[in-house]
Write a protein that binds this ligand. Sequence first.
Ligand code: ZN
Length: 267
Amino acid sequence: MRVGVDLGGTKIEAIALDERGRETFRQRVATPRGDYDGTVSAIAALVQAAGEGTVGVGIPGAMEGELVKNANSNWLIGRPFRRDLENALRREVRIDNDANCFALSEAVDGAGKDAEVVFGVILGTGVGGGISIRKRIVKGVNAIAGEWGHNPLPYESDGPQCYCGRKGCIETFLSGPAFERDGRNLERYHERLARALGTVINILDPEVIVLGGGLSKLQSLYSEVPRIWGRYIFSSTVATRLLPPVYGDASGVRGAAWLWNEARTGP
Ligand SMILES: [Zn+2]
């Protein structure tokens, strides 16, 4: 069995998947915000309830060596989260970024299951991305592969200040709060997303881009953005497909379980 845990800012969710990817357990609890030891204990309790099996955890941040970085759940930053979880559980634990887990879930048996290269995008409170190649996460040497939300949005000068210290990041235009601030102007949102994804296609050239997060429910994105993005892509034809997620909000926790898809013995 594979146990997956999704650590969010407000809730922690755990599932167990059987060998065929069917869910056999699901439970969620409120996140003990600001409480590191409480967070470790809450996850350990959920995993124990889920039963025996491999353990993968998706977090809103990244592991740099043994320590957490870039987490907006900032009570995790600089803590040896993996080691502490492993000590609490007496099992080996794999940890990855939540956007990476989303991309992996959709690549393994979701919207990108027939694709070799998948770019997963989270359009929610924040904007993040993750890359899966042949159903494995591309982590990157700095553990930031796919973090395109903090690139500048092309053709948009003098953008808003971002919490990361830069100005005009893609996140400051395409997050949920940014969409609200802009008066929910869909036409402008399509155009900006097309520009932002055009740069991804020029570099990664994925077969599938799958959208997640609250804004992925906007149906017009899937028809309108591919109509526009050709202007920003260095190719006369574009075969990349822009798709909604198969597992939606459940993809983070499913992807965490699939972190053990990467076992040395293969899937
Ligand atoms: Zn930023």
